[in-house]
Design a protein around this ligand. Structure first.
Ligand code: KG4
Ligand code: ZN
Length: 347
């Protein structure tokens, strides 16, 4: 089954053709990152305006790169939410129009379900064994930090989620405090590369809390106080690198702490998946691999499948059809706020 995926939930305009939910035939992303690097964050109206301009060229490029015509596509999958409403509408309105013109079925996909499907993706020149259930999955991005126990693509249980800032948001806010560009994850990692992660001690959030929830905002506050105490010393490049490395380590340690507790409670899982923009973080991958013991850690095969992309949406669309049948093509609305629990069966 060849699915055309479309994703426009934040500042990116993405289209991709994926075969059988796994093989990425094309993966095109037009990002307005440079515009928002200067503003320090996404300006919703501006993002939607840019997306309107590049949506159709991006779709045509995705078809061309996959060497596909409309006749080769069997369904369209589009992100229906959550996200910025104006941006989501650019994708969903385009998808509805194209589906109607070409007589194709349309699947509305939850953005996070897309991220959760991203560990199934691989490119034509790299094979990847098909992941199996049950598995644990940490989905950490700029908008959410969720920990799932998954028994299929449509069944599972939300074990924990952030009580305040998302992990990616903590990277972004920390970067802003350090005067580093948006998005904060990659810029903190770059700054941290030659720094000492143990130079400054940060607290371990929710250490005595038996839940599997996350809380990242205290680390951001600790960084604010550290910068206040360091005052002009932060201008010293080596101190700056040490602060960035210690902050990155503190966020990764918190994520690992919750994940290893989940692994201990669910020792029969077949894998520990990390997905979403934060899963691109090299330190997090290393720490999780070390700490998950015998349970294999799976991250998306390419960094371009970690951050927002349309391949993951096409994959999730194919899996919804596989598990739900024609119900996957049912009616849906575009929604800025949309809890994933609504779509996941608990058994
Ligand atoms: O999944 P994503 O592209 O968009 C959302 O759904 O939010 O995630 C974006 C987030 C940003 O907050 C960004 O700072 C973070 O992912 N991110 C990273 C890295 N690359 C992106 N965080 C840590 N390390 C990275 N290498
Ligand atoms: Zn995302």
């Amino acid at each position: 089954m060849r699915v055309l995926g479309i994703e426009t939930s934040c500042d990116e305009t993405a289209a991709s053709v994926v075969e059988n939910g796994r093989l990425v035939c094309s993966n095109i992303i037009a990002s307005s990152r440079e515009t928002f690097e200067r503003s320090g964050g996404v300006i919703p109206e501006q993002a939607a305006r840019q997306q309107t301009e590049c949506m159709l060229p991006v779709i045509h490029q995705a078809l061309a790169q996959a060497d596909c015509h409309w006749d080769d596509i069997e369904a369209i999958a589009v992100t229906r939410g959550p996200g910025l409403l104006g941006s989501l509408l650019v994708g969903t309105v385009t998808a509805r129009a194209i589906a109607s013109v070409h007589g194709l079925p349309l699947i509305g996909v939850h953005h996070t379900l897309g991220h959760l499907s991203s560990t199934w993706l691989h490119a034509a020149d790299s094979q990847r064994e098909e992941p199996t259930f049950p598995c644990l999955a940490l989905s950490a991005s700029g908008g959410h930090t969720d920990l799932w126990l998954r028994t299929s693509h449509t069944c599972g249980q939300l074990l924990g989620r952030t009580r305040d800032d998302a992990a990616g948001e903590a990277f972004d806010k920390g970067a802003a405090l350090l005067g580093l560009p948006y998005p904060g994850g990659p810029s903190i990692s770059r700054e941290a590369r030659d720094g000492d992660p143990h130079a400054y001690a940060f607290p371990l959030p929710l250490h005595d809390d038996p839940s599997l929830d996350f809380s990242c905002s205290g680390l951001k506050t600790a960084l604010r106080y550290l910068l206040r105490d360091l005052a002009e010393q932060i201008e010293d490049p080596s101190i700056r690198r040490n602060v960035a490395a210690s902050y990155e380590y503190a966020l990764c340690r918190h994520l690992c702490d919750r994940v290893t507790r989940a692994v201990a409670r669910h020792p029969n899982v077949r894998g520990m998946h990390i997905v979403g923009g934060v899963s691109a973080n090299a330190r997090l991958r290393t720490m999780l691999t070390e700490q998950c013991g015998k349970i294999p850690m799976l991250a998306p095969a390419s960094h371009s499948y970690c951050t927002d992309n349309a391949a993951m949406i096409a994959a999730a669309g194919a899996f919804l059809v596989k598990e739900l049948g024609p119900i996957a093509y049912g009616e849906w609305k575009t929604e800025a706020s949309l809890p994933l629990e609504q779509f996941v069966k608990t058994s």
